[in-house]
Design a protein around this ligand. Structure first.
Ligand code: ZN
Length: 232
């Protein structure tokens, strides 16, 4: 068993439950090459932590394999680490997932010509969004000094996931939340491993828009809004 440490009691920034908490790194520390910069930490309950480290492992593998993350120095180092780590017996689950998700796709040029085949991954976007949602609730707490209040929810969409939304919903989200966020100066964590922009709505105290950019290329969008407006 791990060495006995002093148990902290506090409010989980993700779900608001009061009880034993541990420190959760924001964003996941596995995304950074060593030496790692000092990361923000937020209190998180055990139930929000369950499954989070598996999600984080999946997130860093998928992001570092992403075509567009290619040149980023931290992504390169992480990719090498992930590849080496896949040989470990305890990585069987992740190895299996990646093998199952790999398929060959046709590459079609912009003028519609078939130009060859390449490997592609079917990425579990819901799982990726879950990691970014934890990052959002953690950063919300750090930026505002209190956690997202009860009755409000955080929603996250990967750029790829936006394809599933209606054009009018995307346009509304962009106009009201994303564009104002991008007008602000971004904050940077590490060697641009994560940059994020956010804007608070002027008329609603807890409504906000967020843009997260990992490895200078991979984008996620986030919003906080009242739960009863979630289907807007
Ligand atoms: Zn929690």
């Amino acid at each position: 068993m791990a060495k006995k440490s002093k148990q902290l009691i506090g409010e989980c920034v993700h779900c608001g439950i009061l009880g034993p908490v541990t420190s959760d790194h924001i964003p996941p520390k596995g995304l950074f090459a060593s030496p790692r910069p000092k990361l923000k930490k937020v209190p998180s309950c055990e139930s929000c932590n369950v499954g989070a480290s598996k999600d984080d492992e999946y997130f860093r593998a998928m992001l570092s394999f992403h075509d567009t993350a290619g040149d980023h120095p931290d992504a390169r180092q992480i990719r090498d680490k992930v590849f080496r780590g896949l040989d470990r017996p305890e990585s069987a689950g992740l190895r299996h997932k990646i093998a199952n998700a790999t398929r060959e796709v046709n590459v079609i040029s912009s003028n519609g010509l078939f130009v060859g085949r390449r490997l592609a991954y079917d990425v579990d976007l819901i799982r990726l969004d879950r990691v970014v949602r934890r990052t959002l609730t953690g950063l919300y707490y750090k930026e505002k000094g209190y956690r997202l209040p009860d009755g409000y929810i955080a929603e996250v969409y990967s750029e790829e996931g936006l394809r599933d939304m209606s054009a009018s919903a995307i346009e509304k989200m962009h106009r009201e939340l994303i564009r104002p966020a991008l007008a602000n100066v971004p904050r940077t964590i590490g060697n641009k491993v994560l940059r994020y922009w956010f804007a608070l709505a002027s008329d609603h105290p807890h409504v906000s828009g967020w843009v997260f950019q990992f490895y200078e290329r991979i984008n996620f969008f986030g919003i906080t809004l009242p739960a009863d407006r979630a289907s807007v």
